[in-house]
Design a protein around this ligand. Sequence first.
Ligand SMILES: *Cc1c(COP(=O)(O)O)cnc(C)c1O
Length: 385
Amino acid sequence: MVKHSSRIELNQAAYKGNINFIRKKIGEIPILSSVVKANAYGHGIEVFVPMAEKCGINHFCVASSFEAEQVLSVCKPDSRILIMGIIYEEDLGWAISNGIAFFVYNFNRLSKVLEAAKKVDKKAKVHLEVETGANRTGMHAKEFPKALTYLKQHQDNLVFEGLCTHFGGAESISNQFKIDQQHKKYKAFLKICKERKFLPEIRHIACSAAALAMADTVYDMVRIGVAQYGFWPSPDIYYAHLHQTNKKSDTTMKRIFTWKTDIMDIRTVDQGEFIGYGTAFQATQEMQIAVIPLGYSNGYPRALSNRGQVLIHGKKAPIVGLINMNLFMVDITHIKEALVGDEVVLIGRQKNNVINVSSFTNATQLLNNEMLSRLPSAIPRSVLK
Ligand SMILES: *Cc1c(COP(=O)(O)O)cnc(C)c1O
């Protein structure tokens, strides 16, 4: 097979470290579900999921039936999949027959689920998602009692597997009031279940931020996205953790992701010459320039034109000129040892230097999650053991 213009390596040992860290936070009992929506936050579902399984993960949350199918194609037969978002009516039967659980966030959906479950002759695993204040998806309180009745009536075909909600902004202390309100409302839904002696198997509300900083939000399962990839959800959550553990710093969580390419060509540019398109960069002296074989079409943000840096031989090489569709140029005048074919680190560590996703996103105004999740799925991913 011919080579792609860049590659992403995942560090399994670092991932295991992150999982151990999160596990310590949440305790032994709760299920640690790995959220792998958006191609595992850009890490690549097909490589990431088997790696996560090797580190003891056997539950995966996705945003769509399309992603569920991707997980299903690579996961172990006994791993569990939960769809938190879109699943088209015509795909309900597919999900149910494959044992895939899913959120149900309005009452009308239940009869469709029942119909599909009967058709494929298998029990549907329903997670009722309830509205607690995010006003995104979630069943309103007024529909909830009849939904419970419906589930109870049709227990031969429907399993009340989960009761869940999602916090709108748990990573920010300034949202704490809203988050507390959401948690209170969730408890009110739980109380109704208790009164009816009809309880979900799995109660789950915590995302990374909640699981790491708000111990009381950890029920039977947590849905961990960004933290497992080694990112603190926000400075607020990091400082809350330091405060709770009486530490000055904590570097246990590690990024697991390195994005690499190679020098495609090296050339000398005379003083006064312009580099690449337009007049964005003019050489102030004679310069050595390395050509990098990828651009904005490969997920490298154009906003890093004249601003970003890459690592070559562990040294920072600044981008000169505009990021093109498939190419960009960096200044290597100070990296005499650089040769065509040498490794270039776009994100991650090389020798004693590092380019963080955050240094990337500071310049581009992208969210970390946004930057990662936009990395094209065509970039090959591999696991570094
Ligand atoms: C994305 C998502 C999560 C995970 O969020 P992180 O902050 O990345 O941990 C959990 N639950 C739902 C419903 C989500 O959409």
